[in-house]
Design a protein around this ligand. Structure first.
Ligand code: SAM
Length: 251
């Protein structure tokens, strides 16, 4: 496995402005509703729990929620929020770290599967998610569909946010041979610029399905979004639910 630092994402300083930069972009209420539907009575484990965007409303609704995250800075931001200190978080790489067993739902939201550096780490992550699940439990993965046609000569500049007080622009470069995309987001605010690198090892949904099968999980559903709209030829993202068999398979 490639040498990889699971703390890297948060080491950029992004924790301080994460909620502000992404709050507008994601349908948090719709995501939380769907996660409640998938979790049943819980407990829930979120891989890459971050600042608690999903974990806090899930816990406030009465579910037992645990997390794994590589970034002490992101977790400190979670713990500073009301209710955040009550959520147990393991600091470590979610491809390998353990937070116990018997979860009814393991969650990996917003493309975070692609934060792992290579196929081997992603395969390990699926196996690790399966180890955390109770029989019949679910592993839900949200990710984008790679859109290589949006790049010219493997490069793309994307405008992300335009506000009176803030502009955010993301510059990206593909390395198709390794299915990698290197990005740096430049955030201009109050006369200063901050740079946030984030690298992705992208994969198509079919490759993720194979990783799930290697981990002994079965695909239960694939939707275009958290409102469970049908996944089709025009979908740009997917929310895929994998399920642990209700009874251990006989050898
Ligand atoms: C884009 S944020 C998502 C946070 C949260 N799930 C949400 O939906 O707002 C990704 C999070 O995953 C964490 N992360 C990325 N790679 C990781 C890894 N290999 N192991 C543990 N945490 C990781 C980062 O530190 C960050 O907190």
């Amino acid at each position: 496995m490639t040498a990889f630092d699971a703390a890297r994402y948060g080491a950029s300083g992004i924790a301080a402005e994460y909620d502000d930069l992404y709050a507008h972009e994601w349908d948090t209420d719709g995501t939380v509703d769907c996660l409640r539907y998938l979790a049943g009575a819980g407990p829930v484990l979120e891989l890459g729990i971050g600042t608690g965007r999903l974990a806090l409303p899930l816990a406030a609704g009465g579910l037992e929620v645990h997390g794994i995250d590589g970034s002490p800075e992101m977790v400190a931001a979670l713990q500073a929020k009301p209710g955040g200190a009550d959520i147990p978080v393991t600091i470590g790489d979610f491809a390998t770290a353990s937070a116990g067993t018997g979860f009814s739902l393991v969650v990996l939201a917003v493309n975070t599967i692609f934060a792992l550096p290579d196929q081997e780490a992603q395969v390990a992550c699926f196996a690790n998610a399966a180890r955390h699940l109770a029989p019949g439990g679910r592993f839900v993965v949200e990710a984008w569909i790679p859109d290589l046609g949006a790049f010219r000569h493997n490069r793309r500049v994307r405008h992300r946010v335009l506000r009176d007080d803030l502009v955010s622009i993301e510059s990206a470069e593909l390395e198709p041979a390794e299915q990698r995309m290197r990005t740096t987001q430049a955030v201009f605010r109050n006369g200063s610029v901050r740079l946030y690198p984030a690298n992705h090892r992208y994969a198509w949904p079919s490759e993720l399905d194979l990783m799930a099968r290697l981990a002994g999980l079965e695909r239960e559903d694939r939707w275009a979004d958290w409102h469970r709209r049908p996944f089709d030829d025009h979908s740009t993202t997917h929310v895929t639910v994998y399920r642990c068999p209700p009874h251990p398979r006989s050898p």
